[in-house]
Design a protein around this ligand. Structure first.
Ligand code: FRU
Length: 512
């Protein structure tokens, strides 16, 4: 009897144990995935460890590929790999295994990818199509030995939709000409001249190369600003049609390591023409793609189908000033939202605008709150209690004074953004938006000028748990800033004086 009792007791305990641990595991998996403090819910971030620049952006057979600078062993920068993710809609991402590992030629630094439709490199066999990636091999031993030629350019290919990669046995395909900073090749197909064109960063300038087959490259020319001694990185070169016309201009994006519009690193652009060998800028003046503090190494997707026709890209949503010190524990950094670029002409000036891709509208929930407001508004609204992810849309006709939108939580943390009517600039103030003592350059108030000041202002704002992106005046002034709150915002205050004012709060779903 005693034994029987003991038997049933242990059976019961065992069943209880399995049912609990089984349940727990399920709960752990579901509730813990991507729910850590600070974890972006609208933006791509790696599951764990260090990420910087987006790399190898290419569309192929229904998938947008996002490779990225990745160090899988730590939350700070280290021996670089290419991490990999894909999306079918630019909204939700699927993590894939690491695509490229360091090898005897070095770490795998930034670069790009193309689809070799005509098999110019000969990597594809019958019925196959090859994706070709071009990247910088960074030989750490050479760097440590004080040599100059430790960065070279190499290629790798995949014939299985980017799932596995083979490095070309003839690497490197471009050796180093004696320039210490010689990296980040971005390849584009030049349709007019039927050639591959590659731009890379060579210290304080961009250098252009051409090739018939992605393996043999010929130096063509260089472009820089006289007297500029800042380090250039992650360039991109592509043609664009000027909105509303048949005119084609070429855009050169360049990321700059110092003296961004609000300090530190930032992405800039030049507009001009490309004759197959030389880039001729209309003005040597650099413009900023984004006036916030956190959009670096922004580059575009290649091989977007002509039926789509958009130019789209993504940037790294951080700044080298503090990227390795931000307080997320398990992973470091996120990408910006994928954005559509447009080229507009106003008078003699060309401007590049950027707005979130239209696919993000899929995250807008049906519960939309619209506030039609009187001329002068000073109101506080409770934010809809969803996932803490919002899109704000504002239209203010004839702004009469400063417009301020302040987000608050019950701990007294706040983030403010808005428009200064007198000086015609937009701003983000993150000086009270949570943790900011990890690095002196982080705390700040950032401004971006309205390009074409006009009578009415429009703001499209996307708020994630740890970032805000403002797209003012249809993307003429974009600003991206990150922050680290203790608790999500629950209220929004609006102070504005306009001839007519509309304010809309849209509750968003997360992407994970
Ligand atoms: C830009 C950059 C690139 C380089 C990579 C290394 O953020 O410095 O120039 O290829 O990061 O991770």
């Amino acid at each position: 009897m005693k034994n029987l009792y003991a038997f049933f007791l242990s059976l019961f305990t065992l069943l209880l144990f399995y049912s609990c641990t089984g349940d727990q595991n399920q709960v752990v998996e579901k509730s813990d995935y991507y729910t850590e403090q600070y974890r972006p819910q609208l933006h791509f971030s790696p599951e764990a460890n260090w990420m910087n620049d987006p790399n190898g952006l290419v569309y192929h057979e229904g998938e947008y590929h996002l490779f990225y600078q990745y160090y899988p062993d730590s939350t700070v920068w280290g021996p670089m790999h290419w991490g990999h993710a894909v999306s079918t809609d630019l909204v939700r991402w699927e993590h894939l295994p690491i695509a490229l590992y360091p090898d005897s030629l070095g770490y795998i630094f930034s670069g790009s990818a193309v689809v070799d439709i005509d098999n110019t490199a000969g990597f594809a066999k019958d019925g196959e199509t090859a994706m070709v990636a071009m990247f910088t091999h960074h030989d750490i031993k050479g760097e440590q030995a004080g040599e100059l030629d430790f960065q070279t350019q190499s290629i790798a290919y995949s014939v299985d939709k980017g799932r596995t990669w083979t490095k070309y046995e003839g690497n490197p395909v471009i050796s180093n000409p004696g320039i210490k900073d010689f990296r980040d090749p971005k390849v584009v197909w030049d349709n007019e001249r039927s050639q591959w064109v590659m731009v890379l960063a060579a210290y304080d300038k961009a250098m252009f190369y051409t090739s018939p087959n992605l393996k043999e490259w010929t130096y063509a020319s260089a472009f820089g600003i006289e007297g500029d001694q800042r380090l250039w990185e992650c360039p991109d070169l592509f043609p664009m049609q000027v909105k509303g016309t048949d005119e084609i201009k070429w855009v050169l994006l360049v990321s700059i390591q110092k003296q961004g519009p609000n300090g530190g690193t930032a992405t800039s652009y030049f507009i001009g023409d490309f004759d197959g060998e030389n880039f001729i800028a209309d003005h040597r003046k650099q413009e900023w793609l984004d006036h916030g503090k956190d959009n670096y190494a922004f580059v575009t997707w290649s091989n977007i189908p002509a039926t789509d026709g958009r130019t789209m890209g993504i940037g790294w949503m951080s700044n080298w000033q503090y990227a390795q010190k931000v307080p997320s524990e398990k992973w470091r950094s996120a990408m910006t939202l994928p954005r559509e670029l447009q080229l507009r002409k106003d008078g003699n000036l060309y401007r590049l605008t950027n707005v979130p891709v239209k696919e993000l509208r899929r995250l807008e929930k049906s519960a939309i709150e619209v506030f039609n407001l009187p001329e002068i508004a000073l109101n506080t609204y409770e934010l809809p209690k969803g996932k803490g992810l919002y899109r704000f849309k504002l239209r203010c006709d004839e702004p009469m004074s400063t417009m301020r939108i302040r987000l608050r939580n019950s701990l007294g943390e706040w983030l403010e953004f808005g428009y200064f009517a007198n000086d015609e600039y937009y701003f983000i103030d993150r000086r009270n938006a949570g943790k900011d003592d990890f690095q002196a350059d982080f705390r700040g108030y950032h401004t971006g000028y309205a390009l074409y000041p006009k009578d009415d202002i429009l703001m499209d704002v996307i708020l994630d748990h740890s970032s805000i992106e403002i797209f003012a005046d249809d993307g003429q002034c974009a600003m991206s800033d990150i922050f680290f709150l203790k608790e999500p915002f629950d209220r929004v205050e609006l102070v504005a004086a306009c001839a007519d004012l509309e304010f809309e709060v849209i509750d968003l779903d997360g992407i994970w």
